[in-house]
Design a protein around this ligand. Sequence first.
Ligand SMILES: Nc1ncnc2c1ncn2[C@@H]1O[C@H](COP(=O)(O)OP(=O)(O)O)[C@@H](O)[C@H]1O
Ligand SMILES: [Mg+2]
Length: 286
Amino acid sequence: MTTSRFGQSGPSHNMSHASISPSPPQSTNTVNTDTAGTDTASATVQPILAMHDVSRVHGEGARRVNALLHANLVLHPGEFVAIMGPSGSGKSTLLNLAGGLDTPTSGHVLVEGRDLAALNVAERAAERRRSIGYVFQDFNLLPGLTARENVQFPLELDGWSARKAAASAVHALDEVGVSELADRLPEDMSGGQAQRVAIARALVGKRRLLLADEPTGALDSNSGTTILEVLRRRADDGAAVLLVTHEPRFAAWADRTVFLRDGRIIDDTGPSDVDMLLNGTEIGGA
Ligand SMILES: Nc1ncnc2c1ncn2[C@@H]1O[C@H](COP(=O)(O)OP(=O)(O)O)[C@@H](O)[C@H]1O
Ligand SMILES: [Mg+2]
């Protein structure tokens, strides 16, 4: 394995990206030492996300669909994992289960050590607001609220003062490059703008698990790169990031890529192996 492609995927980005070494599956965490003062890395650190033998079955009899089968996936602080696979392969199902929006038919999903299925509805909602940032495939912005209000709303639900929530919301909008939209309503935004506001809403606060389902779909290439930079920075600061994407150039920002087919994880690789699978070219020799 080699680290060289990290440099290629984020040429103008700061050095923290280039200095991450690809971590083997199930590795201890690789939180960057330039960000000392955030979370301290140690071999005993608790995973942020742990999915153990998770299956999700829809329907019964002839209509039975195995949306996800026996999935195992562990993300430690600082890990950024890309999920790739054909349409219908179970990517959104996996993300919904990781985010507590859906409950497994069997197996367990632990977020910071807590089994989401064991929480009641109110506890699960609170855990999701506090720990999990979710970027949906459709933007789900509340139509009557401005961009800033959309972003600050979940923080206020969680007990933040309006002033503090508004300040964090403006910062998050700035981070994804849409601070000028703060007072605009969703109906007056382009698809790409709404998508960036939705991303700001997912990133705001101190969420430890960031889940994004093709968040770059409606974005031009520059905005897509901005979003990947933000996700990468959050991982370098100690969050765990799970990104569904169809684009190898975005998957290249991740520490490893999980491939799904027919509801099964068929490969869980480091970035150089991704190149091999996608291009048939081997990097870094045998
Ligand atoms: N609520 C549901 N009811 C029945 N089948 C579903 C439901 N949600 C997903 N599926 C099926 O599960 C499989 C995986 O879907 P999904 O996770 O959305 O795939 P992807 O995001 O990779 O396109 C598909 O065959 C899909 O039709
Ligand atoms: Mg999907």
